[in-house]
Design a protein. Structure first.
Length: 533
């Protein structure tokens, strides 16, 4: 039904009085004047702009996403398994077991400093939003022991109350140091890296120079947007002092904390949080290329770009810029996930969903390759949570049998969920409050209910938090092993051997958009050739 969520959403804490609804508006068919239920319209009558966002009361302890069905996702494709031969390993039953499948990957393969990853999944930019800061050690250290990338998102220095600025440029940020050092505490120095992402505000504040020169960060990432929102980063500020400080640092803070009337309303409790907004970017081709050259001159060993799910013309423009600047890795983030404070209407109704977006990106890559142009290593993001989706995205990107262009998948919400649970259930265990069914099945101590404990025992003794163990277990023991099983079933034992022939479309729409043949058309000619004997 088209209007199913138009007037009642779990993300905004709204609902309907009646079970049925007007299929266009989503309103109750009969709206009465003495209804006490808060639908989107009625809550908006009281709280206005607050209803554009996920429940303000949950800010800092939750993540959000779209709940819209985009009519095509990774379930529209089926993995095609095989028994005829093997790629990436000897076709020997004693050798070609799924544990021997290699799920490692490398990003930045065309540059001077390629970066190996133990697993093809990394955490995209988690920046100044409170939920990222609260769970930072879990996600950063979890990425480090997993041998993959943790990206420090936008606005960290600007939001750090203890940052020091000289002439408008940051010279010290304890929070940024904490973010970088948390990762490095358990990093092996080879697999993965801590990456610092910068937006318009960060560039103005000199975050890139500070991180490269003072913190010896190796990899910088420019950010043009994300799939959950096409505008700048947003967070909530719970104190007037913080709102005033960030406005003085140049951020857009709404409502205006310097207005005496607004101050009085805040103190009276009319609203409980201010909104901090980042400015949007307006990239230009020449300026971007020069900026990437400048970053390398400042000492960046690798330069990445993260962008959102903008219209096809922007996808082409982005690929053009990335090609000319020869960036090392380019991430496209599809609609409609979020982490902190993405507007709900924008998460649901704006930007290109992930499968459609990857099809556009691959079309651009094919055009560039035909022209002999540089194509950077690609990463896809947007709603990925398991190994089947990762397999299909990577396989789809192998256009001409020369290897997948998509080298890895970026996540944010699912990585945070793993950290959430690892931390929360450990706290429940200390309090003796674990759910009975869970305790009966898996035990009452983290050493028992974390299956990866034996592997990480020494790191845990050195301070690795249980939340990081949760991230490692999710990335390595679940997704890593699950991916190995899928690859072995397809008789592909190295990630770079996956290709478009390993998946088939289940719907005509999926086949039309991606060019992956329908399952009932799949290998029809091959069947006839085999039986011609």
């Amino acid at each position: 039904m088209a209007g199913k969520y138009e007037n009642a959403r779990s993300t905004t804490g709204t609902s309907l009085r009646l079970k049925d609804m007007n299929p266009t508006s989503g309103m109750c068919p009969i709206c009465i004047d003495d209804c006490s239920v808060l639908c989107e319209i009625s809550k908006s009558a009281f709280r206005g702009r607050e209803v554009l966002y996920p429940n303000p009361e949950d800010f800092g302890k939750s993540t959000q996403s779209s709940n819209k069905d985009y009519w095509m996702d990774w379930s529209n494709f089926q993995i095609m398994v095989n028994i005829l031969g093997a790629k990436g390993i000897e076709a020997n039953p004693d050798v070609a077991i799924f544990e021997n499948a290699d799920v490692s990957t490398v990003v930045g393969t065309h540059g001077k400093n390629p970066l190996p990853l133990k697993v093809p999944i990394l955490i995209a930019g988690l920046g100044s939003t409170k939920v990222a800061k609260t769970h930072w050690e879990g996600i950063a250290m979890g990425c480090a022991v997993s041998g993959t990338i943790q990206t420090v998102g936008e606005n960290v220095c600007g939001m750090d109350p203890n940052s020091k600025y000289t002439g408008g440029k940051v010279t010290d940020s304890p929070d940024m140091k904490f973010r970088v050092e948390s990762f490095r505490k358990f990093w092996d120095g080879k697999h993965g890296d801590v990456v610092v992402q910068t937006n318009v505000e960060d560039q103005r504040g000199g975050v890139d120079v500070y991180c490269l020169s003072k913190l010896e960060v190796n990899t910088m990432e420019r950010k043009w947007g994300q799939g959950a929102k096409a505008i700048g980063g947003e967070v909530r500020l719970s104190t007037l002092e913080r709102a005033l400080r960030l406005k003085k640092r140049g951020y857009i803070v709404l409502p205006d904390p310097e207005d005496p009337a607004i101050q009085a309303a805040f103190k009276a409790g009319s609203f409980k949080t201010f909104e901090r907004h980042s400015r949007v970017s307006f990239p230009e081709f020449k300026g971007f290329v020069e900026d990437i050259e400048w970053l390398r001159e400042q000492g960046a060993k690798r330069v990445f770009l993260k962008t959102g799910a903008y219209r096809p013309a922007v996808v082409a423009f982005t690929m053009k810029c990335a090609s000319e600047a020869k960036i090392d890795m380019l991430t496209f983030d599809g609609a409609g996930g979020g982490t902190g404070m993405s507007p709900v209407p924008m998460m649901n109704e704006a930007s290109t969903p992930t499968v459609y977006l990857e099809a556009q990106v691959l079309k651009c890559a094919e055009i560039l390759k035909k022209k002999g142009k540089y194509v950077p290593d690609l990463v896809m993001a947007g709603g990925f949570v398991n190994e089947t989706q990762i397999f299909k995205s990577i396989a789809m990107s192998n256009l001409k049998g020369t290897g997948p262009l998509v080298k890895a998948i970026a996540v944010a919400r699912s990585g945070l969920t793993a950290a959430f649970k690892g931390r929360y259930f450990t706290e429940l265990a200390k309090q003796g409050k674990l759910p009975k069914k869970f305790a009966d099945l898996y035990g009452t101590k983290p050493e028992k209910f974390f299956i990866a404990y034996p592997e990480l025992k020494e790191q845990i003794k050195k301070g690795l938090p249980w939340s990081a163990v949760g991230v490692y277990t999710y990335f390595t023991d679940r997704i890593g092993i699950g991916l190995k099983q899928l690859m072995a079933g397809s008789r592909k034992f190295k990630l770079n051997t996956l290709d478009r022939g390993d998946i088939a479309s289940l719907t005509e729409r999926a086949a039309e958009i991606t060019g992956i043949p329908l399952i009932d058309h799949f290998e029809n000619d091959t069947m006839e050739q085999i039986l011609d004997f």
